[in-house]
Write a protein that binds this ligand. Structure first.
Ligand code: SAM
Length: 351
């Protein structure tokens, strides 16, 4: 058995949240600070297969135990969810104690994948796609690689506002640079998702795991998730293909209407690719975009390096995501940067 890299696990806990999120999330901040110094928590994270070695997996498994009604965790997470956790540091200590007595709660779930399906990324997709098609194509095919429960397959069904309007479906995204959100989005004529483990909003266990992947202190995300579960059946139908990106991309492209542009997106998926898979995926999409009416949008951690594309150091520094766009007939290039959950967006290239 290879030696566990505990230093690496410590760093992963340490940098799990963006600096701005530490302030908003006192319970998760306190919990991560404790996990980072706890030998059992380090061992648990270090033992996860490398493509899923993400502190969010540990946090989600603890949250899952709470949602399943764990006697001590349940009330803590429920209070956090309702903004009633008055001693977040004390609560985090209790969680750590539970973990030390019952590591199996987490260990038994480590085969799972972090599958957070974040609709806030649809606010970013709307902006990039709006720019991509401005004044041209009125219809697109849409392929979402790593679609999880397919929520962002309906990226065009969310209102986007600069501030909260009380509608749980509204995505609140601060546009740091001017984004023209008044222009009409293209009509989406086909929607195809790809995922090795697609989740189904109609299945109780899948919904519970998706909830566990949300952060308990973000009550608005929970409300939005509940509203999406209610709204989804009335939104357009989508095809979801089970399998890894490269195994199913050709099948997905074959389902599109060649008369319209096809937009392939990946949002927070590439870290789960193997290094070889990442290079091959990049090559396939660069070629398709170069030769066909295909565009590619990538919204990923700046730790993800694409061949020939410089890392966006500003995004790295801010713990933000970097947005890469390849227009049909063009090479991929930086388009902008955004908060990982689409809370803000900055365009860095002229359209
Ligand atoms: C963190 S979730 C992101 C989900 C969604 N893209 C979003 O932004 O809300 C990552 C998703 O990628 C999927 N995934 C992992 N490896 C993959 C691969 N090789 N090809 C396609 N999807 C993959 C996982 O199953 C998971 O549902």
């Amino acid at each position: 058995m290879p030696e566990l890299d505990l230093d690496d696990a410590r760093k992963r806990y340490h940098f799990a949240l963006a600096p701005e999120d530490y302030v908003r999330l006192p319970f998760y901040s306190a919990l991560l600070a404790l996990l980072e110094d706890d030998s059992l928590a380090l061992e648990l994270l270090a033992s996860v297969r490398v493509e899923q070695r993400n502190p969010m997996l540990i946090l989600a498994t603890l949250h899952l135990a709470a949602l399943r009604g764990h006697g001590e965790l349940g009330p803590i997470y429920d209070s956090a969810r309702h903004g009633q956790l008055h001693d977040p540091v004390g609560a985090a200590r209790v969680v750590l104690e539970v973990l030390s007595h019952s590591p199996e709660l987490v260990r038994s779930e480590l085969g799972r994948s972090t599958q957070t399906n974040e609709p806030g990324r649809s606010a970013v997709l709307q902006a990039v796609i709006g720019d991509l098609v401005a004044g041209s194509s009125s219809s697109i095919n849409f392929i979402d690689v790593g679609t999880s429960a397919g929520i962002n397959l309906c990226f065009d069904h969310f209102p986007v506002r600069q501030s909260d309007d009380g509608n749980p479906l509204t995505l609140v995204c601060e546009d740091v640079t001017p984004i023209d959100r008044s222009r009409a989005l293209p009509r989406v004529i086909s929607r195809v998702g790809i995922d090795p483990y697609p989740l189904d909003l109609e299945r109780t266990n899948d919904r519970m795991w998706l909830k566990a992947c949300l952060w308990p202190e973000e009550s608005r995300r929970h409300e939005r998730f509940d509203a999406i579960v209610v709204a989804r059946p009335s939104w357009p139908w989508a095809t979801v293909l089970r399998g890894r990106a490269l195994e199913r991309l050709d099948d997905a492209l074959a389902l599109t209407d060649p008369r319209a542009m096809t937009v392939v997106v990946n949002t927070w998926v590439a870290s789960y690719f193997t290094p070889r898979e990442r290079i091959d995926y990049f090559d396939v999409l660069s070629r398709r975009c170069g030769e066909e009416n295909v565009a590619w949008i990538s919204i990923e951690s700046p730790m993800i390096e694409w061949p020939g594309i410089e890392v966006d150091e500003k995004a790295r520094h801010r713990g933000a995501s970097q947005i890469v766009l390849a227009r049909p007939g063009s090479l991929p290039r930086h388009w902008g940067r955004c908060h990982a959950h689409g809370r803000w967006l900055e365009q860095i290239t002229a359209s």
